[in-house]
Design a protein around this ligand. Structure first.
Ligand code: NAD
Length: 325
């Protein structure tokens, strides 16, 4: 059923994907990007064959930016993405990460960065990535990130193993602190610009713009919270936030609107980021995200949802070391 409807829908259309420059790099990334953490089972079981078909469909439909990490499924997401990209590597812009290897497993030493790069390239079945990020830097010692991790990543750039480098993390101030101390090409921020939060716009975007740093907005669905399925058990948001999101989901549902479509459309329209990373592992999710990209914006519905979630808007949870909050 899915196969025939997928093929019919996909073959009827030419790709309308749009592309934006990522900061000062020469990378032109699709506005809709493929977050590969679900390929590592982060949101529950996903079949490897379906994941591969989802990657192929995304490429065929013009999605050219893929993000992964050794952390997602302890290497599984990289391994599956690498297998799916066989013969298609030159069609995509590929990002992976270093420094985070488990819920509480971090190592930002230069030694580990070098080893991690080779392990990732091996799993991804390629000899270079386009972007290498230090993953969730707020869990590290910031002086080590600045003086050791990033210089090691620049060395990997000189060696041709990555084309550009960047940092990812949750507290915006930590990302800014690092970017002020040492040049980075890109910053990946998550859960700071979507229907539940917008402080990326006032806090991070001006710094990125003034320094020519490419901005990537991840988790437009607030890591599953803005979906009819709801947030996974491990989601760190406080209970009131989950409840408010659930009310917004139900509100939309009663009006015949899928909150995920609304949330994605809202993020894709935001011009200060180069791309929005959506976590996907099935063709159905790829198609749904692409339909959201092509749908008409609904500012009235966005206002109504924002009113429901107003009490928890821009509410965050702590992540990382105390001194990095
Ligand atoms: P997300 O907000 O994209 O939500 C993912 C969830 O939404 C999954 O359960 C998925 O099945 C579901 N989904 C996907 N498309 C959908 C659609 N069209 N309609 C309804 N549901 C849909 O959260 P995410 O996956 O955490 O973030 C996206 C990507 O960003 C990740 O895969 C990862 O690559 C990256 N990311 C990086 C960091 C970091 O570096 N620290 C943190 C978060 C996310």
């Amino acid at each position: 059923m899915l196969r025939s409807s997928t093929t019919a829908w996909a073959s009827k259309r030419a790709s309308h994907m749009q592309y934006r420059a990522l900061g000062k790099t020469d990378l032109e990334v699709s506005v809709v990007a493929f977050g590969a953490s679900p390929l590592g089972g982060v949101y529950g079981f996903t079949g490897p064959e379906e994941g591969k078909r989802a990657v192929h469909l995304a490429i065929d439909e013009g999605i050219n930016f893929f993000d992964v990490s050794p952390y997602y499924g302890h290497g599984l997401a990289e391994y599956r993405l690498g297998a799916a990209l066989q013969g298609r590597r030159n069609k995509v812009i590929l990002a992976t990460k270093c420094g985070r290897y488990g819920a509480n497993e971090f190592d930002f030493s230069a030694h580990r960065v070098f080893a991690s790069m080779d392990e990732s390239l091996d799993r991804l079945n390629t000899d270079y990535v386009d972007l290498l990020f230090a993953h969730d830097v707020e869990f590290g010692d910031l002086s080590q990130i600045v003086e050791e991790t990033i210089p090691a990543m620049r060395r990997l750039q000189e060696l041709g193993k990555t084309r550009y480098i960047g940092v990812t993390g949750f507290p915006l101030r930590t990302l800014i602190d690092i970017a002020r101390k040492v040049p980075v090409d890109a910053i990946l921020s998550y859960c700071h610009y979507n229907l539940l939060a917008d402080d990326l716009d006032a806090v991070l975007a001006p710094v990125a713009e003034s320094r020519g740093i490419g901005l990537i907005n991840a988790s437009p669905l607030h890591m599953g919270m803005l979906t009819e399925q709801g947030a996974p058990d491990w989601h760190p948001a406080p209970k009131e936030m989950r409840e408010a999101a659930r009310s917004a989901v139900e509100f939309c549902k009663h009006r015949g609107c899928d909150i995920s479509d609304l949330a994605l459309r809202f993020c894709f329209d935001y011009p200060k980021v180069a791309t929005t990373l959506v976590g996907m592992a099935t063709r159905e999710q790829v198609l749904k995200s692409l339909r959201a990209f092509e749908a008409l914006a609904d500012p009235q519905m966005v206002r109504k949802v924002r009113a429901i979630i107003a009490p928890v808007f821009n509410r965050f949870w702590s992540s990382g070391r105390e001194e990095n909050q």
